[in-house]
Design a binder for this molecule. Structure first.
Ligand SMILES: Nc1ncnc2c1ncn2[C@@H]1O[C@H](COP(=O)(O)OP(=O)(O)OP(=O)(O)O)[C@@H](O)[C@H]1O
Ligand SMILES: [Mg+2]
Length: 599
């Protein structure tokens, strides 16, 4: 347990980089400040000693004023040094937190894009940001206070021996009881309980997110009560755990801790009473009273020191969970990025004996898939839902990396190319288009940030988006998703096509949406589509088989296997999956036309 804490701190400090020294300086200054802060009490003790020594001839106590000034000087020096310490730790903490953010973002950049499908990138970034801020508090305040308090405790133990060790021990005994009570809350079985309590908190926030995400589905299926159940259950679980932890684990130790922190003199009085007769007999009663006065005052700083340690320790625990979250981000899988990138030779795409299994899945989504797309060719991937079409497409821009085999673009393994070069070479239109909450112009420009307004407009025009822009209040500058400006599925697809057209990449990967668009949109999409695919290498995932008739080659994927490949006519001739799919497709189209006519 202890070892883990130290290594956590090491991990944290490893992010400090050059600022590690500043952190250590700050911590050192904090220790100095705490010790300076104790010196005035010694001055007070010296004053008391002098006064008692000369009593009742007060005029003889010449050193009193000097001690007074010294006490004042130490107090001021303590404050100044503490201020300096906090300046150092704040600066270092700020830098460290921003280093953590930077390191985390860099790590996420190397994470395969597919990872963000199941782990929303915004959430990860928020977590990273929040966690980095929490470490800031630890490094800026808590750690300085911990080190300072430890210095103080050591100085206190020394002082205990200097004056009267028995009364000193009485003061420290209260401190020991209080600290032991505190540790009993965190150690052993209770640590387990605390972990459970924090885990319940995590589950609850996840269930909350799920619930909110699912609201549209819930509304459609009228399942309000059912879906709320999981969330409610998580809340209840959490409150039960929290209550259990608070009531059964924390209540007694916390009470003990507070009592002994506030009443550090609790043991001092009985000890003094026990010692008084001996002091009287020895004749040095004055010295005894002085010491008692000292420890009475001294016990006050014991409670301050302990309160500070308590506070710092809770900060330490917060920082620990924060570090856990940082580590979670840092342990997201990364892609290997090559140091010696090779340039693709042409615009061909080849799958060479590719297998791919999603993390956690039992069966491979692709199983020994091989095919080749020559530059300028159009190849269609078809097959039943779940066959692996989207998976195959997403391996090309390295959303994921193959498990075995290789995907080559321009004769070079995609893992051996510069990711930026690869991204420039391949344009994507996804099955589910994501438009950001921004103007249409910005949405399209995202494909090529340096494009001029005119270029964006002409791409939109080529993608048959003129009618969309005309009906929007501010034309291309209309924000999407605000004030009721939502686009239909077909319209979104056209905007996505405009994006791909603007990108002007030589290879286009198209994952067509499953849904039938209305006939008007359908025709426009087809037109936009032919602009986009002209003279390019195209890998097209088609659900409407009519669009693949003219493809140079059709690859039929079923359960991750290539079950057929060839031209439309060839595939129709050989009785197989494709021929069956074609029959079904035509049947569906016929029904659809009939029902349209019937209207
Ligand atoms: N992110 C993912 N994590 C785990 N498994 C996945 C993931 N995406 C897809 N799969 C699984 O991989 C297999 C292939 O899915 P894929 O999406 O490639 O099929 P598809 O051919 O594109 O289907 P559709 O026609 O419905 O779009 C399926 O069994 C699917 O459940
Ligand atoms: Mg798909």
């Amino acid at each position: 347990m202890k070892e883990k804490k130290q290594s956590d701190l090491k991990v944290l400090l490893s992010y400090a980089g050059n600022y590690k020294r500043l952190t250590i300086t700050g911590l050192g200054l904090s220790a100095v400040a705490m010790i300076l802060g104790m010196l005035p009490y010694i001055c007070i003790w010296l004053v008391a000693r002098d006064l008692i020594a000369v009593a009742p001839n007060w005029a003889l106590a010449t050193g009193v004023a000097r001690y007074g000034w010294m006490a004042f000087a130490f107090a001021v020096a303590g404050i100044v040094v503490y201020f300096g310490a906090l300046m150092c730790t704040h600066l270092a903490a700020f830098r460290t937190a921003s280093n953590i953010r930077k390191a985390g973002m860099e790590h996420l950049m190397k994470t395969p894009l597919g990872f963000f499908d199941s782990n929303a990138s915004g959430l990860l970034r928020n977590r990273l940001d929040g966690a980095a801020s929490e470490t800031e508090t630890l490094l800026a305040h808590n750690l300085a206070d911990i080190v300072g308090s430890i210095a103080m405790l050591i100085a206190m133990i020394v002082l205990m021996f200097v004056f009267d060790w028995r009364m000193g021990a009485a003061c420290l005994l209260a401190a020991v009881v209080s600290v032991l009570a505190m540790f009993s809350m965190m150690g052993g079985k209770n640590a387990q309980l605390m972990a459970e309590y924090q885990a319940a908190q995590d589950v609850m926030s996840k269930a909350g997110t799920e619930y909110v995400r699912g609201i549209p589905v819930v509304k459609v299926f009228q399942q309000t009560v059912y879906s709320f159940k999981a969330f409610k259950q998580a809340i209840e679980e959490y409150s039960a755990k929290a209550e259990h932890y608070q009531a059964d684990v924390c209540r007694v130790p916390q009470a003990i801790n507070l009592t002994f922190t506030e009443g550090a003199f609790i043991f001092l009085v009985p000890v003094a009473l026990l010692l008084a007769p001996g002091a009287l007999r020895s004749g040095d009663f004055a010295g005894f009273i002085t010491n008692f006065a000292f420890y009475a005052v001294f016990s006050a700083i014991v409670s301050t020191a302990l309160a500070r340690v308590m506070f710092a320790a809770s900060g330490m625990m917060l920082a620990q969970t924060a570090l856990g979250r940082i580590n979670q981000v840092m342990s997201a899988p990364t892609m290997e990025i090559t140091d010696q990138p090779k340039a693709p030779k042409d615009n061909s795409v080849a799958f060479k004996d590719v297998s791919f299994t999603y993390a956690g899945a039992e069966l491979p989504a692709l199983d020994h898939v091989s095919f080749r797309v020559e530059p300028g060719q159009t190849v269609a991937l078809v097959g039943p839902s779940g066959g692996g079409k989207t998976t195959a497409a997403s391996l090309i821009p390295r959303f994921w990396d193959v498990t075995t085999g290789a995907v080559e673009v321009g004769g070079v393994d995609v893992r051996d190319t510069d990711p930026h070069v690869l991204m420039d070479q391949v344009a994507f239109v996804f099955q589910n288009t994501h438009l950001f909450k921004a103007s249409i112009l910005e949405n399209v420009r995202a494909a090529r940030p340096d494009a001029t307004r005119e270029e964006v407009l002409s791409a939109l025009s080529a993608a048959q988006c003129d009618d969309i822009i005309e009906k929007l209040p501010d034309g291309v500058d209309t924000m999407i998703g605000s004030e009721g400006t939502y686009l239909s599925g077909g319209e979104q697809q056209r905007v996505a096509l405009a994006r791909a057209i603007l990108k002007n990449a030589p290879i286009v990967v198209l994952d067509e949406a499953t849904a039938f668009a209305d006939p008007e949109n359908e025709a426009l999409i087809q037109k936009a589509f032919s602009v986009l695919t002209k003279d390019r290498t195209v890998i097209m995932i088609a659900h409407r088989l009519s669009t693949v008739v003219g493809a140079d080659r059709i690859i039929v994927l079923d359960s991750g296997h290539v079950v057929q490949q060839g031209k439309h006519e060839e595939l129709l001739r050989s009785e197989g999956l494709y021929a069956r799919m074609w029959k079904e497709y035509n049947q569906a189209v016929k029904w659809r036309i009939q029902s349209e006519e019937g209207k």
